[in-house]
Ligand binder design. Structure first.
Ligand code: RB5
Length: 149
């Protein structure tokens, strides 16, 4: 499985920890984030990862900023992307199972490294449940289409 990862300056250290954790498990990881702590703009990185994912360059995405919120907000503007910031493992598997999320956001200033690894694992090990959940996801897609040019 190919994971696209991105982060701003607030998420650099956590990004490297998550990348190592994923590569140790055999995931292929593509890094679109900054590798330094110099200030960058999270919307640009969220959009880049989202565009690449929507274009089929990977299977799922992981975005990291200070809260995990700004970078997922940006990603969600790209059609086909369903990104959600999580700070617990239950939400992490439910966003995949019920909401068919394709990107998870993590707040490097919110959760510690070990919890962040568990959150990402919960997300990646879950599968979309389909059925009534697919119908609701289709409703989200219909809203997206209604407001896209
Ligand atoms: C950067 O200081 C910070 O605003 C950013 O990492 C993120 O938390 C935004 O949502």
């Amino acid at each position: 499985m190919r994971i696209l990862i991105g982060n701003d300056h607030a998420g650099t250290e956590l990004k490297f920890e998550i990348m190592k954790h994923l590569e140790e498990q055999g995931y292929e990881v593509e890094n679109y984030g900054t590798d330094t702590k110099e200030s960058v703009n999270y919307p640009e990185i969220g959009a880049k990862v989202a565009e690449e994912l929507a274009a089929g360059k990977g299977d799922l995405g992981v975005l990291i900023c200070g809260t995990g919120v700004g970078i997922t907000m940006a990603a969600n503007k790209v059609p086909g992307i369903r990104a959600a910031a999580c700070s617990d493992t239950t939400t992490a598997h439910l966003i995949r199972e019920h909401n068919h999320a394709n990107i998870i956001g993590i707040g490097a200033r919110i959760v510690g490294v070990e919890l962040a690894k568990d959150i990402v694992d919960s997300f990646l090990n879950a599968e979309p449940l389909g059925g009534r959940h697919q119908e609701r996801v289709d409703m989200i897609t219909a809203i997206e289409k209604k407001y896209s040019r």
